[in-house]
Ligand binder design. Structure first.
Ligand code: CA
Ligand code: CA
Length: 584
């Protein structure tokens, strides 16, 4: 470390707080549970807290509830101010600490789901509205296929998965599905301010459908015939260069900046070099194609009948392939050992079957959906301490909810109970001050968003409010009620504390704020320490809060906690749309 670095760290240490009050910076709905968390880094505790209104008048004085320590927070207290239901601006004071501005608003979440779409547009491959040009125009050339290797297939489009430019059907299909589902259930939460290309200006299509259709177009290209089901575009050879999308110079063996490698599902382990995945079927990918196309076919039935007819035919074809070739089609590693290690496929086939039943009303699909659901009632990370990278994906199983929408009372109860078991498994681990029970594996924010979404869906399905506090705690965590006091969505709220230095070449080189991007989020410090090629570029402004079992760094060098993720961002759109809708 050089002298300047030492000096900066000394300065940080001198100004380090001994405690903090963490809140949801986006705000609280008037009728929602409202709990701030007092995190003390030493053993100085508090007894009471007060809440003052915008005029400085005390509106609540209460006893702080001591809670189990968590991460860097040696002492933790829950400051419950749920009794305040009047919209307005407030501050919370406890000991010598004053909170940031606390907002209680009917419209606290208005427009939030649309804000996520700024990041989705920025991630577009094909025409990209940030660069105002077409990026990755040559895609792609088939690899790892005995009969088609070397063939060019036109698959331009879709979204870059994260800050690299790899593209996966696994994450892109789920992203598309969730956006379609968010629009179907909560159309009032979305505006029309951008056109199909993602440029400013309305086109009489809600922007969430513009974005979903961008995904659908790419997915149709990735599944051009029954004999060709593609799964991945590019591999980690992408990481050799840290380029902007229009000047991407990755070399897949036929020259820098040329076509990217296109991987089909093959039903066999894949990996062109040292590392191999554990693929053994098609169903994880086929199920995702089927569910996304089937839901889209229903939504576009009157809007665009021709498009809908094509989607319906593709949904049926994909589902049949999944039935014929059960098993998983995982991400393919390149030179590095990391890949998407999805191990479950019955969840994907369940969702595909549920959507095909909704589309066709053929009972055989409902029977399939219920059979698949019974084989994996709980998404297996729920209740676990760890998991492999994207081992259980999607992070929550929308299939149970989609069955529920069209099932009779007995089956409705069965799938609602499946959700309940998953929620209970997480809640059992959530006896800390933040009420958080997820494992802090890579992409923990996805787990947080999915837990909150599952808890929301369960509440909507059953009217049972017993987990509402945990649902709210997960939502609050994402918007700042976490040890670092950081909103995990860039730009939400625009005047909040959020990542200023994300792991993104676009943000770094273009000097743009990646508004709407959900970050990977905190990980176990043991994971962080063992990742390859990771180091901070600047002094850690959150060092005082990185002393516990989990860490988060607002640093371009930390690709494990501070990298924006496309699929997680899209996944959050449902929950934000749901909680904002009736407030418009
Ligand atoms: Ca639009
Ligand atoms: Ca799966």
């Amino acid at each position: 470390m050089n002298f300047v670095g030492t000096f900066v760290l000394a300065q940080l240490a001198a100004s380090s707080p001994a405690a903090a009050i963490r809140i949801n910076q986006l705000g609280y709905l008037p009728d929602a549970p409202k709990v701030a968390v007092f995190c003390s880094l030493d053993s100085v505790g508090i007894r009471d807290f007060v809440v003052t209104d915008a005029g400085g008048k005390t509106v609540l004085q209460r006893r702080a509830d001591p809670a189990k320590s968590f991460g860097p927070c040696v002492l933790n207290y829950r400051l419950d101010f749920s009794s305040i239901r009047k919209s307005g601006d407030y501050h919370i004071r406890a000991g010598a600490i004053t909170s940031p501005l606390v907002r209680i608003r009917e419209d606290a979440y208005a427009g939030a789901a649309d804000t996520l779409l700024y990041y989705m547009r920025e991630q577009r491959s094909g025409y990209n509205p940030l660069f105002k040009t077409v990026v990755h125009t040559h895609d792609g050339i088939v690899v790892d296929d005995s009969t088609r290797a070397g063939k060019f297939v036109p698959v331009t489009g879709g979204w870059a998965d994260a800050s690299d430019y790899l593209q996966y059907v696994m994450t892109s299909a789920n992203a598309t599905f969730v956006m379609l589902m968010a629009y179907r259930d909560h159309p009032g939460s979305f505006a029309d301010q951008f056109d199909a290309r993602g440029l400013a200006g309305k086109n009489d299509v809600p922007d969430i459908l513009d974005e979903a259709r961008h995904g659908l177009t790419w997915l149709l290209r990735m599944f051009p015939s029954d004999a060709e089901m593609y799964n991945q575009l590019g591999d980690d050879r992408d990481h050799t260069y840290w380029d902007l999308p229009p000047t991407d110079s990755a070399d897949y063996g036929w020259g820098k900046g040329k076509e990217r490698a296109l991987y089909p599902c093959t039903g066999k382990p894949q990996g062109l070099f040292k590392y191999k995945n554990r693929s053994d079927g098609f169903a994880s990918t086929a199920g995702k194609y089927a569910s996304t196309f089937a839901l889209a076919a229903a939504l576009y039935r009157t809007r665009d009948p021709q498009f809908a007819a094509r989607l319906r035919q593709k949904a049926l074809a994909a589902y049949a392939i999944g039935k014929k070739f059960p098993g998983v089609c995982q991400g393919a590693p390149g030179r590095a050992p990391y890949f998407y290690e999805e191990d479950n496929w019955v969840d994907d086939m369940e969702l595909g079957a549920a959507e095909l039943y909704a589309l066709t009303r053929d009972r055989k699909y409902m029977r399939d959906a219920l059979d698949y659901a019974a084989r994996e009632p709980v998404t297996p990370w729920m209740g676990a301490d760890t998991a492999r990278h994207y081992q259980w994906y999607p992070w929550h199983n929308n299939g149970h909810y989609e069955i529920w929408r069209n099932a009779g009372p007995a089956d409705r109860k069965i799938v609602a109970d499946y959700y309940k078991r998953g929620i209970q498994a997480v809640v059992k681990r959530a006896d800390n001050g933040f009420r958080i029970g997820i494992p802090f594996i890579w992409c923990s924010n996805n787990l947080m968003a999915s837990f909150a979404t599952q808890a929301y869906l369960y509440r909507r399905m059953t009217g049972d409010n017993q987990f509402r506090g945990y649902e709210q705690a997960a939502l609050d965590w994402l918007f700042g009620t976490n040890p670092w006091g950081v909103s995990m969505v860039i730009g939400l709220p625009h005047d909040g504390v959020f990542a200023r230095d994300p792991h993104s070449v676009v943000a770094k080189e273009m000097h743009v704020e990646l508004t709407g991007a959900l970050l990977d989020g905190p990980v176990y410090s043991s994971i962080y320490k063992h990742l390859l090629g990771i180091s901070l570029h600047d002094a850690d402004e959150y060092a005082a809060f990185n002393t516990g079992f989990i860490v988060y760094h607002d640093d371009v060098g930390d690709y494990s906690t501070n990298e924006p993720i496309m699929d997680g961002t899209a996944n959050l759109s449902y929950l934000l749309a749901a909680i904002s809708e009736r407030r418009h």
